[in-house]
Design a protein around this ligand. Structure first.
Ligand SMILES: *Cc1c(COP(=O)(O)O)cnc(C)c1O
Length: 349
């Protein structure tokens, strides 16, 4: 066995496949913005832009710094989705042809100085009450309502199509658009919205988590594999306790494999007994509390399991959703929290 390490294997072919799956749900005339904020949800900002450039119509990031890195790689539209706040930053947007968002009245004086030189996305607060200009403030943004700009909003409950807030937000958005009565591009949907409300695709959709396979949709695959090797196997009798706090007791004679990764790699410390793992293609369960550097899994029923075997905590074959649903977590957080010490491998850039 070589020196073990936890590994994150990112396969861009799977991300590209996911994009194709998502596009099948969209009208042909909607443009596809790939959201690559937060280091492409842990999938590497720059490599993602390289690997996906032929498959998206533009990119969404949060920070100017991210946008500038992408501009070195791609000539496609880039949107800095949370706006910028200084004239230096606006100058930089201008120089590198980067789009930005205005979402509040306080941004207005500075934004106005650049209104003829930049493309702006005007973000409405239609009910999420996080970012966005109030519906009663729309008149003050008149000069920004023009064909090349985009009227946008963000849904609070896109992943829960039955929630009444969705209807409220669509209604508010539509009536604001009517009131503006200028031809403008429009953008409402994130990943969950694309699957649940394809009728609201309009001119641009903004898809992040789905391209990485982090939402529950049959054809999407988790594009990152988080795995590490087994470094010890315990043979236990019935009624023996496992790990810190001894929180779980064996019911019968058991084999417990100890995997070389833990919460310091970014795996959730709160993972419950029964959280899935995959060893040699066989499904296994976490048993016992996750430690800083080790995880214990039940391999009693896995034939020929031995030291050095790889254990996948999530992968294309074991959706990250398995883990998040059991543990009341979200895939966004797990993907963005993988720690530095995890060794990265990138396939099919
Ligand atoms: C992050 C983000 C998205 C993408 O959301 P997903 O759920 O990852 O698809 C879209 N729009 C805005 C404004 C965002 O901040």
């Amino acid at each position: 066995m070589i020196e073990p390490n936890s590994e994150l294997v990112i396969d861009y072919e799977l991300v590209r496949n996911n994009i194709q799956v998502i596009k099948k749900n969209l009208p042909k005339d909607s443009k596809f913005m790939g959201i690559i904020k937060s280091n492409a949800y842990g999938h590497d900002l720059e490599k993602s832009a390289q690997a996906l450039d032929g498959f998206v119509d533009g990119y969404g990031v949060v920070r100017l710094e991210e946008a500038l890195k992408i501009r070195d790689i791609s000539s496609k539209p880039i949107l800095a989705m949370q706006g910028v706040y200084s004239s230096d930053a606006y100058d930089s947007l201008k120089q590198h042809e980067i789009w930005t968002v205005i979402h509040s009245l306080t941004q207005l004086p500075l934004a106005k100085q650049y209104q003829d030189e930049l493309i702006f996305w005007i973000k409405l607060n239609t009910g999420m009450n996080r970012l966005g200009i109030g519906l009663d403030e729309i008149d003050q943004f008149k000069s920004f309502f023009k064909e090349q700009n985009v009227l946008m909003t963000h849904l609070a409950c896109a992943d829960n199509p039955g929630d009444e807030l969705n209807d409220v937000q669509f209604k508010n958005f539509n009536s604001a658009y009517k009131k503006i009565s200028k031809k403008m591009n429009r953008s409402v949907l994130n990943s969950a919205g694309i699957f649940n409300f394809p009728n609201y695709s309009f001119d641009w959709v903004r898809s992040g988590i789905a391209i990485y396979g982090g939402i529950d949709f049959p054809e999407l695959k988790t594009a990152m594999t988080f795995r590490s090797q087994i470094i010890s196997i315990q043979s236990l009798n019935a009624n023996e306790r496992i790990g810190y706090g001894g929180r779980v007791k064996t019911e019968k004679k058991s084999k417990i494999a100890i995997v070389y990764c833990g919460y310091a790699d970014g795996f959730p410390q709160t993972a419950i007994d029964g959280t899935s793992a995959l060893v040699n293609g066989h499904l296994s369960n976490i048993l016992g509390r996750v430690s800083m550097d080790l995880i214990s899994i039940d391999v009693t029923d896995i034939p020929d399991c031995k030291i050095g075997d790889w254990c996948e905590l999530w992968s294309p074959e074991l959706s990250i959703i398995e883990n998040t649903q059991k543990n009341n977590l979200i895939s966004y957080e797990l993907m963005t929290k993988m720690s530095q010490r995890v060794k990265r491998q990138y396939l099919n850039i």
